[in-house]
Design a protein around this ligand. Structure first.
Ligand code: ME8
Length: 504
């Protein structure tokens, strides 16, 4: 059995989760479920990033200790995931003792190996991003990422010799063209690596920031939150194994948003190289959900609460929208109208209609048992063509889930459903049902059998995206897990995908 281990970023607990966090976690869940569907021992880890300035500030603003704050806020994330039908393998918190020990041990190792040195450092510091910027990196004198003001700071700090791994990193990227996905993000990283790489400041003086993991070799400093956070991907699974006994690390996929490309494609791999660990196999950076031209987030006031959509329209429909609408890699706009349009056209019209028609026709014409197709059905050109769509979708899903082209996978599946609806229009089983001729009766059995089989495959292929709805659909169609034989008894009919009637 092949193995699969994916990760999501661990989210800052300075605020409650919003749709961006929901998206990445749903994506990891869907990708993991696709691997399970195709026979992998698949596992994914998510969790929360609990140290650093943002969290310390959030706690101070609430007048409570950072530990009290993170204990409470980590639950907002942990409690959301089951509501989004997310089946993670492990949830990591960076304030857990085993993680802190892992980070301290690794830093001591790097220090002893001569990879870390201290020096007096001066530079422009952004509180929002928790990092120093070069003068040349500032935009209009401000933090180039958040656009917020920066302050001039001078202090002693510890540095990791990141620069000495620059060439090794470039060589790795060139030798493994699929390492960073999509391709244009790889080029962005290579572009960044054309300039000389600086060493990485890995400490914060406790006088300025106390909420962090103390450096093992100098307790007056805490670890820079990114170094602490990135190591979660290994610390969280150090004692876990795949069923065949192999360790989970190295991860197959780090799934991240494009905002944290540099930390994952430069900081993290150079730390790994210095530690002598194995590199992750792929880093997949998706785009942003935007609203009114800005990135959705809590701080920019453009957060959409995913639970509002889940409560109103149901979790599976919400997951479907996220996966179908965003082309992995590119930005997408979250709009209520596009949500309604997408659900009504793909799910209510195409899939829902196809399913209800087939279910009803089998119920009224074959007493609720899927008809056994007559021998002539094997050779029908129309049927071969239609079943070809199902085969294509299955093949496409197997080949493309690896690069997480999930919007395209879903579109291929829906293509098979649309082909089915066209086939129904052409063969008009409701007319065949009225005929007394044997050849029409045979054709009716063929049409309804073939239609049920196409839907069975489509629902199985959609099960990673919509686990509950797909299961209900499977039961409606006789609960078969393999090619229909005919004779399976249908389950109760149900309108699985009601049309959203709202007009704006
Ligand atoms: O960066 N669209 O945490 P974070 C899509 N703790 N995805 C979005 C998004 C949007 N508008 N907004 C956020 C951190 N995300 C660090 C990570 S990992 C070792 C440490 C998602 O809470 C996306 O996955 O700011 C992005 O990379 C992540 O949330 C950032 O979450």
């Amino acid at each position: 059995m092949p193995n699969f281990y994916a990760t999501t970023p661990i989210y800052y607990v300075n605020d409650k989760p919003h749709i961006g966090h929901a998206y990445t976690t749903v994506l990891a869940d869907v990708l993991t479920r696709y691997h399970k569907l195709f026979g992998y021992d698949a596992f994914f880890m998510t969790g929360v990033d609990e140290h650093g300035q943002k969290v310390q500030k959030a706690a101070a603003a609430r007048g409570i200790s950072p530990q009290e704050h993170v204990d409470e806020y980590s639950e907002h994330f942990r409690n959301l995931w089951p509501k989004l039908n997310i089946d993670y393998g492990y949830f990591i918190r960076t304030t857990d003792d085993y993680h802190k020990k892992f980070v301290r041990d690794s830093l001591q190792f790097l220090f002893d190996k001569g990879e870390i040195y201290s020096k007096e450092y001066e530079g422009w510091y952004s509180v929002g991003e928790e990092r120093f910027f070069e003068e040349s990196e500032l935009v209009d004198g401000k933090d180039p990422i958040s656009g917020r003001p920066v302050e001039w700071l001078s202090e002693k700090n510890y540095f990791f010799k990141m620069s000495s791994y620059q060439q090794k990193l470039i060589d790795h990227i060139n030798a493994n063209p699929n390492w960073i996905l999509p391709d244009f993000r790889k080029n962005e990283v290579l572009g960044f690596l054309k300039k000389p790489l600086n060493d990485l400041c890995i400490s914060r003086p406790k006088s300025r920031l106390s909420w962090g993991i103390p450096l093992p070799f100098d307790e007056d400093f805490v670890t820079y939150v990114w170094v602490d956070a990135l190591e979660n991907y290994i610390s969280g699974v150090q004692d876990k194994k795949h069923k065949d006994g192999t360790p989970l690390w190295p991860a197959d996929f780090h799934i991240i948003g494009k905002d944290i490309l540099t930390t994952h494609c430069i900081y993290w791999p150079t730390i790994i190289m210095a530690m002598g660990w194995e590199l992750p196999k792929h880093i997949l950076a998706h785009g942003w959900w935007m609203i009114d031209g800005s990135k959705m987030s809590k701080t920019s006031g453009t957060g959409v609460n995913p639970m509002d959509y889940v409560e109103t329209y149901g979790v599976d429909v919400f997951r479907y929208f996220l996966i179908r609408e965003m082309v992995v890699g590119l930005d997408s706009t979250f709009g209520h109208d596009s949500f309604v349009r997408r659900i009504n056209s793909d799910l209510a019209n195409d899939l829902g209609n196809g399913l209800n028609r087939i279910h009803k026709l089998i119920l009224t014409n074959f007493g609720g048992k899927i008809p056994v197709p007559p021998a002539s059905a094997q050779s029908g050109e129309q049927e071969k063509e239609l079943l070809g769509y199902s085969e294509k979708a299955t093949q496409f899903a197997k080949e493309n889930m690896g690069e997480a082209k999930l919007s395209l996978v879903v579109e291929e599946i829906l293509n098979s459903v649309r082909a089915l609806n066209r086939y129904l229009e052409m063969t008009a089983p409701w007319k065949l049902a009225k005929s007394t001729e044997q050849k029409d009766k045979d054709k009716l059995a063929t049409v309804l059998y073939t239609g049920a089989e196409v839907l069975r495959v489509a629902l199985a292929l959609l099960s990673p995206v919509m686990p509950q709805k797909a299961e209900k659909g499977r039961l409606m169609l006789g609960a078969s897990d393999s090619v229909l034989k005919g004779g399976e008894t249908l389950g109760e009919g149900e309108a699985l995908f009601p049309r959203i009637m709202e007009e704006k």
